[in-house]
Design a protein around this ligand. Structure first.
Ligand code: NAD
Length: 366
């Protein structure tokens, strides 16, 4: 297969971690007979330095012409970088928002997977962790409360603020379909999260999800109220496979779910539209505090590349091979600095490695 990948290396540790993901992809390519063609796309601070804006129209065009986009991270030190003295629409992050909009990326996917070897980083009790958990949060990204009409005004002499939560059935249907499609590639269970006991938008959500579910007879689905879901995530995370939810609930629940897995350097993510196209990036930022030191953890970016193979290119076997290689490297005791054992934990059999060595180790085991 020939895959055209737009690559946003970005700022800070971005270029370092993207280089390792490309190394692993190239290994997959030579082993399984695929060709990955990369086209660099300037976005963020590096684009500001080169062109004066965080994302040019040509850069958007290149992204639109790619089969998928793999991204490192963008942005700098928000306290000291001159990029943050610019007007908000000219700052690095404005580039990412513009790109998400241009590509109509309405579905955000964030896996929360607990590696047995990193269980000590999980704040939950051992009996709750059991033999680990593996869930995917599917969050609607372009509707709901964050995009509704809002205003703050004085009403009868009292300052009053209003935010509007609107969803139409089409917005719900397209994200629900994505959620069930993803479940078909996993353990075939969807937990749809809403607040249907209070909100009209949630009652419509529930109705449309039920209708979509009839097209996926193999997928077991359930509804769960968001307050209960927040509790269940720390009480029994193993019960979840795909959590399907609207924008604000997903914002909160995905951070909760990722926290219970430990390090930010391990968390991949994908943003999808209604084609096979996706933007794949680690959940962390550009980590200016460690940029250029060769110590950043490239695993989240490598796992984002695996998601790209699975969801944009339907290369499930190849994605499995990357995920298995990551597990193997952790099992062999290799760690970047951010996932080293905490003080007081045993370091027997553990070897600290840098960014490039971690990439090499994973590529070798694909
Ligand atoms: P950050 O995620 O960059 O860093 C938080 C902490 O986590 C730091 O101590 C950092 O060293 C560590 N960390 C992050 N990724 C790591 C990795 N792969 N390996 C090891 N350690 C890692 O968050 P921040 O410091 O709040 O933000 C820095 C910049 O990144 C800001 O400009 C912010 O706007 C930007 N940012 C960009 C994105 C994105 O590109 N999508 C996301 C979040 C933040």
């Amino acid at each position: 297969m020939d895959c055209n990948i737009g690559v946003i290396s970005g700022d800070g540790i971005g270029p370092e971690i993207v280089a390792e993901a490309k190394k692993v992809l190239d290994r997959v390519g030579s082993k399984y007979g695929h060709k990955f063609n990369y086209t660099e796309i300037l976005m963020g601070g590096c684009s500001i330095d080169a062109t004066g804006v965080p994302l040019t129209d040509e850069a958007i065009e290149t992204a639109l012409n790619s089969d998928a986009v793999l991204m490192g991270s963008i942005g700098g030190n928000t306290a000291t970088s001159p990029w943050y003295k610019l007007a908000p629409e000219l700052r690095p992050e404005a580039g990412l928002l513009k790109l998400r909009k241009a590509l109509n990326l309405f579905a955000n996917l964030r896996p929360a997977y607990l590696y047995e070897e990193l269980a000590a980083a999980c704040p939950l009790r051992a009996d709750i962790i059991g033999d680990g958990f593996d869930m995917m949060i599917m969050r609607e990204l372009t509707g709901g409360l964050y995009f509704g009409a809002r205003e703050t005004k004085e009403v009868d002499g009292v300052m009053t603020a209003t935010d509007t939560l609107t969803y139409n059935e089409e917005e719900i249907r397209r994200i629900a379909k994505r959620g069930f499609d993803i479940a078909m590639k996993r353990r075939k269970k969807v937990t749809s999260v809403d607040k249907a006991n209070v909100l009209d938008s949630s009652r419509l959500w529930r109705m449309v999800v039920e209708e979509v579910a009839t097209d996926y007879p193999e997928v077991k689905y359930e509804h769960m109220l968001v307050d209960n879901c927040a509790m269940q995530l720390v009480k029994d995370p193993k019960q979840f496979d795909v959590i399907l939810t609207e924008n604000m609930f997903g914002d909160i629940l995905s951070d909760e779910a990722s926290m219970v897995t430990g390090s930010i350097g391990m968390l991949s993510s994908a943003s999808l539209n209604d084609t096979k196209f996706g933007l794949y990036e680690p959940s962390g930022g550009s980590a200016p505090d460690i940029a250029g030191k060769g110590i950043a953890n490239p695993i989240a970016t490598i796992l984002s590349a695996a998601m790209m193979l699975r969801y944009s290119f339907d290369l499930d076997k190849e994605a499995d091979a990357i995920e298995a290689a990551v597990k193997q490297v952790l099992k062999e005791g290799y760690r970047t600095i951010d996932i080293m054992p905490q003080p007081g934990e045993s370091i027997e059999g553990i070897t600290q490695v840098g960014t490039a060595q971690m990439g090499d180790l994973i590529a070798e085991r694909v």
